[in-house]
Design a binder for this molecule. Structure first.
Ligand SMILES: [Zn+2]
Length: 65
């Protein structure tokens, strides 16, 4: 069986401006030290409809109290 969810990301999100779910474009918004912030914009009106934080691979260094 093929995995279809390896690269899971939103392709359609509800756009408050269009009042319907629209295809979205993903763009890199911000690069943080341990993650990247991606932004989804409506492909029709370019309204920001969501964000996704992509975590960097877990560091082998374990921090415990
Ligand atoms: Zn829209």
């Amino acid at each position: 069986m093929k995995k279809q969810f390896e690269d899971l990301k939103a392709s359609e999100l509800y756009c408050p401006r269009c009042k319907v779910a629209q295809p979205v474009r993903e763009r890199l918004l911000l690069v943080l030290p341990h993650s990247e912030l991606h932004e989804y914009r409506c492909s029709k009106c370019a309204t920001s409809v969501g964000q996704r934080e992509v975590k960097a691979p877990p560091s082998p260094l374990k921090v415990s109290r």
